[in-house]
Design a protein around this ligand. Structure first.
Ligand code: SF4
Length: 348
């Protein structure tokens, strides 16, 4: 083992944060945790992980679950395709693998939602296999440590990093090595203002020696994300509110939402909401008052949603653009899975 690998592992031994999946690292629990940790911080994931594994304690329990229950446990965590893929993968494990979790990176990658990084993380943490898991944290740490100017947004850079790390993980404890790299990236070698004085890699770090910590890693500038405006209706009728369930495939698939539409050009918002409701449900509505607006950022766009309280003036609700429309009572509104933005509207 190299000097720096030893220093990294010694640092991890002292600084590793307690995480529920670390106490009991079964394949199922580590898999669920790794899926939840994609694009999401540890502190956010912990309560979701605890509630999810309490509701679905095994791959069998998850496979038997209803998609709406799974989405409800995921509500607020975002990137909902992760939840739908987790359910599909659990059913695949039960139906096609006899209930046995995969044991190699290649078989893990056969599951929906499991890419190379996740397969490597699970295989090393659960089975001690020597496969480096290279995510954004690891790319940042080692671009700085080795002074690499390759663009970290390119797949070729990720492959190169894997190859460079391979001999090091082979001579270390793979589980601790991968977790130590991720932990160092999260706690010390942060994107801004890395805490080099507390870093076990500092003595050999090129970026620190050459004053390049702010320049590395090199990352191509992302295109500016578009910003859309939507208008939605909170329609109440005889004490119930109209909700629509999105089709399973696509963004926010299977989640419930208020009817409405994206504004076309400079179209008036009240007009947009009335048109949207008519197009999506066949109802004609009267706008009563503005409830407020919420802004939410997705990975590829940003949206500001204006919400209006409306009453029914004609027609009967039909699912013209959704899988289902339903008049729901206040307790049902609480129990159905909604995205974060739609939940904020429900709470206005
Ligand atoms: S010394 Fe600083 S820049 Fe280098 S790896 Fe450690 S925290 Fe990152």
């Amino acid at each position: 083992m190299t000097k720096w690998s030893k220093a990294l592992l010694a640092w991890f031994e002292v600084h590793r944060r307690p995480m529920p999946w670390r106490d009991d690292p079964t394949p199922y629990r580590v898999w669920v945790s790794e899926i939840m940790l994609q694009q999401t911080q540890v502190a956010t994931v912990i309560p979701y992980f605890e509630r999810f594994t309490e509701a679905f304690p095994s791959v069998g329990a998850l496979a038997a679950a209803n998609v709406q229950d799974v989405l409800k446990r995921w509500e607020g965590l975002g990137y909902y395709s992760r939840a739908r893929n987790l359910l599909k993968a659990a059913r695949f494990v039960v139906n096609d693998l006899g209930g046995h979790m995969p044991t190699s990176p290649k078989t893990w990658m056969a599951l929906p939602g499991v890419g190379e990084y996740t397969a490597a993380a699970i295989s090393s943490i659960v089975y001690g296999q020597a496969v480096p898991s290279v995510d954004g944290n690891v790319l940042r740490v080692f671009s700085r440590f080795w002074g690499l100017e390759d663009d970290v947004s390119l797949p070729a850079t990720r492959d190169m990093m894997r190859r460079r790390l391979l001999p090091h993980i082979r001579t270390a404890d793979p589980s601790a090595f991968n977790q130590a790299m991720m932990e160092l990236g999260a706690l010390v070698c942060r994107p801004r203002s890395p805490e080099c004085v507390a870093c076990p890699l500092a003595p050999r770090c090129v970026a620190r020696r050459q004053g390049l910590t702010e320049q590395l890693p090199v990352k191509a500038q992302k295109a500016k994300v578009p910003h859309h405006t939507e208008a939605v209706a909170v329609i109440t009728h005889k004490g119930k509110t109209l909700l629509c369930r999105r089709h399973e495939a696509g963004l926010l698939g299977g989640l419930w939402e208020f009817p409405g539409k994206r504004r076309d050009g400079r179209e008036g918002l009240q007009r947009a909401v009335m048109h949207g409701v008519l197009e999506q449900t066949g109802l004609t509505v009267k706008v009563l008052l503005k409830l407020g607006c919420v802004t939410h950022t997705f990975s590829h766009f940003k949206v500001t949603i204006h919400a209006y309280a409306c009453s029914v003036s004609g027609g009967a609700a039909e699912p013209l653009a959704h899988e289902e429309v339903r008049w729901v009572t206040p307790p049902e509104l609480q129990s159905l899975p909604l995205s974060t933005a739609q939940r904020k509207i429900a709470d206005l």
